[in-house]
Design a protein around this ligand. Sequence first.
Ligand SMILES: Nc1ncnc2c1ncn2[C@@H]1O[C@H](COP(=O)(O)OP(=O)(O)O)[C@@H](O)[C@H]1O
Ligand SMILES: [Mg+2]
Length: 313
Amino acid sequence: MSCIEARSISKSYDGILAVDSIDLSVPTGKIFGFLGPNGAGKTTTIKLLTTLVPPTGGTIRILGMDAISNPLEVRKRIGVVLQQPSYEPTLSVEKSIEKYAMMWNVDKKLQKDRMEDLLLAFDLQDIRKKKNDDLSIGHRRRVQVAREFVHDMDLLFLDEPTVGLDPSARRSLLDYIKKRVREGLTIFFTTHILEEAEYLCDEIAIINKGKIIAVDTPAELKNKFGREKTIKIHIDTIRKDLSVLLQGIRDYQIDYNSGTTITIQSHSSENILLKILKILTVNKIPIEDLSVVPTSLEEIFLTMVKNSNVSSD
Ligand SMILES: Nc1ncnc2c1ncn2[C@@H]1O[C@H](COP(=O)(O)OP(=O)(O)O)[C@@H](O)[C@H]1O
Ligand SMILES: [Mg+2]
């Protein structure tokens, strides 16, 4: 069953389309990553899906319910952590979580257990009595994310939850999310950091300028767009005559550093490699090192965003 089904949803602010007729289909029990640069429309999409702002057009079904006609029913069964910081300055970490549990009517015993679990999972035990006002930005963000997990829900929206966290807190959060999804939760997660999406998500949609430009599993995205390989040939000595020797060969670049590096970046890099190796052998130029690097998802992402900017300008 689909947890989120959105068809042609749009949102315009003063005539500008922040979200431009997008479709989304998120299966139950998965982590869906929504990836895009700043201003792409990620937060607006989350606000539409969580019934916080009404769409300009389109239909939205959340957990089988029509979100536009039943916003209150939808809100009872979802959680959302927005990008904006939200905290009560005078409340301690514990009290912040407790207040959320009370708002959501969580049973007292359950609340106690969950409190300890969350303090542990988010590494907040040592600062449990500290007031939000006295916390670092990273700690406040951890509290903001942790408290959302205190209530029961079927679907959770997280808008760039790792911003402001140090690498180890970031990793713990991602691993905690994975654990909760194994236990049955569905997560819609936005980020502008590709490695996060790749580490966490079953499926990724890439959004740019309000439009979805690709939806796939991380592996398929790599497969479809990542055929291009980067090959580096390192030669011990600096050969200034190399470009003359390699005349007629395309898609390579020469750098002179400690020696000479030839970088080949092409869909047919193996072919080009063979030609270059032949020329090096004929000219008795010894190769110090040779490496093949599959183009990373990061590069694919940047290329896709760049291409979609060019085609829309
Ligand atoms: N309340 C608003 N009023 C006017 N414009 C807005 C509002 N919220 C977002 N926008 C605009 O919509 C676009 C998408 O913003 P947003 O959804 O916040 O992107 P992201 O979360 O991907 O950074 C941006 O151009 C932004 O300036
Ligand atoms: Mg945003």
